[in-house]
Design a protein around this ligand. Structure first.
Ligand SMILES: *[C@@H]1O[C@H](CO)[C@@H](O)[C@H](O)[C@H]1NC(C)=O
Ligand SMILES: *[C@@H]1O[C@H](CO)[C@@H](O)[C@H](O)[C@H]1NC(C)=O
Length: 375
C-alpha cells in the first residue's frame, strides 16, 4: 500500500475512533416533536422497539454520549423542523410503521421521563444510536447496551402494571408488535473500524459471536412476554458512505465495498436459520419471530437509483458526505438542498425518503404480522 493511502486510512480510522471515544460533556439544546394524535385503533395496542440509530427516536438525548442527533441539520424535514435525536432529516421506519398501524404518528423515546401513560401504552422505543449486540460495541460511544434496553423494558412493564394492573399489562404485551434492529455497529464500527474484535475473531467467527448475543437478547424478550417479534437483518454495510471512505483509496471511484457486503449477506443467512431454529423450539404456539430484510431494498435503491429518483448514492447530504455524522454534522455544516435526491443523509444514516421506501418494502411483512395479531 502506498504511504499516502496508508495515511488516509489511518486518518479515517483515527477520526472514527475519535467519533466513538469522545464524550460531549454538555448537551446541545434539544427540541421535540409534538405529534398530532390519531385516534387509535385498538387492534394492535403498541409497537415496542429495540436496537440502534436506525430506530432510536432520541433516547441518546438523555445519555452522556457524543452520538447525538438532536441539533440542526438533523430533523430538517421533520414536523416543525425539529431535531428530535433521530439520525436523519425526517422520520424513521418505525414512525412510518406506527402511523400505518393507525396507533399514533411517532414512536417516542422511552428515556423521556415525561411520557404519559397513554403514550407508554401505545408504544415506545428503547433503542440507542451506536448500540449493538456485542456488549463491547455500546461501550465505544457510551450508549445504552441492548441488555440495558431489556432492563428498561422490564421497568416499563412495571410502570404499566402500576397504572393498569398486571393482567392488562400482560395482555397488552402479548398483543403488541416488537421490532428489533441492530448489528450494523458491531461490524461497521466495532469490527471493521475500531478493529477491537478483529484480533481475536475472523469475520465469520465474529458473525457467530454476534448471533450468540442476539440469541440471548431475543430469549430475554420472549421470556418477558413478547409474542410477535420482527428482526431486521443487516443492510449492505459496504455501501455506507463512511465505510466506502475508509476502505477505498481516494480518487479511484466510490464503489460499495463488496468484501463487507458479503459479511452482511453471510450474517443475514445465519440469522435467518437462527430465527427458524428459535421458531421451531417455541412451546408457545402464539410466538412468531419474523425476519425483515433491509439488505435487498437498500441494495436495490443503490443499484437502480435512477428508478427511485435518487441522484447521489455513495455520499451523504450533510457536509462532504464522506465522513460526517453525529456532532460533525451540525448547524455549521453545509447541507445539500434536496435530501430526497440522496439515499444517505449523513455518512452513515439513510434519508427520510430512503427510510420511507424501506418501510414500503416492509409493508407486506407488517400486514402479515397485523393479520396474525388480529386473527
Ligand atoms: C417528553 O414527553 C413529553 C410528554 O409527551 C413532551 O411534552 C415533551 O416534549 C417530551 N420531551 C422531548 C424533549 O421531546
Ligand atoms: C384502523 O386501522 C386500519 C387499518 O388496519 C386503517 O385503515 C384505519 O385508518 C385505522 N383507523 C383509525 C381510526 O386510525
Amino acid at each position: 500500500m502506498k504511504s499516502s493511502a496508508r495515511q488516509h486510512f489511518q486518518f479515517v480510522r483515527d477520526y472514527l475512533l475519535l467519533l466513538s471515544l469522545l464524550y460531549f460533556a454538555g448537551c446541545v439544546s434539544n427540541g421535540h416533536a409534538t405529534p398530532k394524535q390519531t385516534p387509535f385503533n385498538n387492534t394492535i395496542p403498541a409497537l415496542l422497539v429495540f436496537g440502534d440509530s436506525t430506530v432510536d427516536p432520541g433516547n441518546n438525548d438523555y445519555v452522556n454520549t457524543v452520538f447525538k442527533g438532536n441539533f440542526p441539520p438533523y430533523g430538517r424535514d421533520f414536523t416543525n423542523r425539529v431535531a428530535t435525536g433521530r439520525f436523519t432529516n425526517g422520520q424513521l421506519p418505525t414512525d412510518y410503521i406506527i402511523s400505518y398501524m393507525g396507533v399514533k404518528d411517532y414512536v417516542p423515546p422511552y428515556l423521556n421521563q415525561s411520557l404519559h401513560i397513554e403514550e407508554l401504552m401505545t408504544g415506545v422505543s428503547f433503542a440507542s444510536a451506536g448500540s449493538g449486540y456485542d456488549p463491547l460495541t455500546p461501550t465505544l460511544s457510551n450508549v445504552v447496551p441492548l441488555q440495558k434496553q431489556l432492563e428498561y423494558f422490564q421497568e416499563y412493564r412495571e410502570r404499566l402494571e402500576g397504572a393498569i394492573g398486571k393482567e392488562k399489562t400482560d395482555d397488552l404485551i402479548k398483543r403488541s408488535m416488537f421490532l428489533l434492529s441492530a448489528g450494523t455497529n458491531d461490524f461497521a464500527l466495532n469490527y471493521f473500524t475500531a478493529q477491537l474484535r478483529r484480533m481475536s475473531f475472523s469475520a465469520s467467527n465474529y458473525e457467530k459471536f454476534v448471533l450468540q448475543h442476539f440469541k440471548g437478547f431475543i430469549q430475554g424478550l420472549l421470556s418477558q412476554g413478547a409474542t410477535k417479534i420482527a428482526v431486521v437483518g443487516l443492510p449492505p454495510m459496504g455501501c455506507l458512505p463512511v465505510i466506502i471512505t475508509s476502505n477505498t483509496i481516494p480518487l479511484t471511484g466510490r464503489q460499495c465495498v463488496e468484501r463487507i457486503n458479503s459479511v452482511s449477506r453471510d450474517y443475514n443467512t445465519l440469522l435467518q436459520s437462527e430465527l427458524r431454529h428459535l421458531q421451531s423450539t417455541q412451546l408457545n404456539k402464539e410466538t412468531k419471530i419474523y425476519y425483515a430484510d433491509i439488505y435487498g431494498p437498500l441494495q436495490d435503491m443503490i443499484q437502480n437509483h435512477q428508478r427511485y429518483g435518487f441522484e447521489v448514492v455513495s455520499s451523504g447530504c450533510c457536509g462532504t458526505g464522506l465522513l460526517e455524522a453525529s456532532f460533525l454534522c451540525n448547524a455549521k455544516t453545509p447541507v445539500c438542498l434536496d435530501a430526497s435526491k440522496y439515499i444517505f443523509w449523513d455518512a452513515i444514516h439513510p434519508t427520510d425518503r430512503a427510510y420511507y421506501l424501506i418501510f414500503q418494502a416492509f409493508r407486506p411483512l407488517i400486514d402479515f404480522i397485523i393479520e396474525d395479531l388480529t386473527s
